[in-house]
Design a protein around this ligand. Structure first.
Ligand code: OMP
Length: 306
């Protein structure tokens, strides 16, 4: 007799609502936890598992009770093998225990049962790396992400799907036309809007987010107030109206500033979740300096976003 697998235990509240509550309480900021080699050296730490552990301990102590969302980038942990993954598991658990939401940056995207396994790895509440949300790449096909979309819906977690990324290399692919003439990034956003609409009942802010580079305001083929796609595959403000959060990397080290956001997002501004990594972390390892830098970012962003 085959056993029917038990459905995942739903989280108390869908991710979109938990995100809304967290940013209302702590401010609209996601801090990226990117322990790259240069940063470990700048902090006077070894480029080894001990350095990684101390880096994560410091960032957790400094920021876990302060920021709404943290975004550990998995690659910086994976490069240390199984012991690096163990540090990532502890870091995710420590941040969540202190009330920060964890968006695990893994940018996964695959097909069929492989995608199902990725979904199980991050979005099943029983998994060691279970996180509040993950980043996904739709470039093997948006529908290929279905196992993760379905499990996120069932478990009350969230996803952030790459739409128009902050790096210049992303443009040629993401501004290309689909068969129906729509730009690729616009198509990803439209599909996310449909996912959020499908869960809208009783949930005013969806759990299916998009990644849009904060660097794209006023850039040809970027994001802005033009009509249609401006003829260059750019995104309009209407495209950004997905009924869910917009993760905005690219502030600080990549050049974008909080004052760029109103022109970038237009009426979608309240959905913004700006993300900053290096421009906070370069202030460590002093915990007070990390906290002050975070406070400055939260203050500047809250003044713009509300
Ligand atoms: O998905 C992401 O987080 C992401 C998407 C994107 O379009 N651009 C981008 O920079 N990121 C990530 O955001 C972080 C940016 O770091 P900083 O430039 O140091 O703030 C890195 O972890 C990147 O991998």
């Amino acid at each position: 007799m085959t056993e029917t697998p038990a459905p995942p235990r739903p989280a108390a509240t869908p991710f979109g609502e938990r995100l809304r509550a967290a940013t209302a309480a702590r401010g609209p900021l996601c801090v990226g936890v990117d322990p790259h080699a240069g940063l470990l050296r700048e902090w006077g730490l070894g480029e080894d598992i001990g350095g990684l552990e101390r880096f994560c301990g410091t960032v957790t102590e400094a920021l876990a009770d302060k920021v709404a969302v943290v975004k550990p980038q998995s690659a910086f942990f994976e490069r240390f093998g199984s012991r690096g993954i163990a540090v990532l598991e502890r870091t995710v658990a420590d941040f969540r225990a202190a009330g920060a939401l964890v968006l695990l940056d893994v940018k996964r995207g695959d097909i069929g049962s492989t995608m199902g396994a990725y979904a199980d790895a991050y979005l099943d509440p029983a998994a060691p790396l279970f996180s509040d949300a993950v980043t996904l790449s739709p470039y093997l096909g948006f529908e290929a992400l279905r196992p993760a979309l379905d499990l996120a819906r069932a478990s009350g977690s969230g996803v952030f799907v790459l739409a128009r990324t902050s790096n210049p290399e992303g443009g040629p692919l993401q501004r290309a036309r689909c068969a129906d003439g729509r730009g690729v990034a616009a198509d990803v956003l439209a599909r996310l809007a449909r996912e959020n609409a499908a869960t809208a009942a009783g949930s005013p802010f969806g759990s299916f987010g998009a990644v849009v580079g904060a660097t794209l305001a006023g850039v040809p083929g970027g994001v802005g107030a033009h009509e249609g796609d401006g003829g260059d595959g750019g995104l309009t403000h209407a495209d950004l109206d997905i009924g869910g959060p917009l993760l905005l990397p690219g502030l600080g080290a990549q050049g974008a500033r909080p004052e760029d956001l109103p022109a970038l997002l237009g009426p979608a501004l309240p959905a913004a979740l700006p993300s900053v990594s290096r421009d906070v972390l370069r202030h460590g390892p002093d915990r007070g300096a990390l906290r002050s830098a975070t406070d400055r970012w939260i203050g500047e962003l809250a003044a713009v976003i509300g």
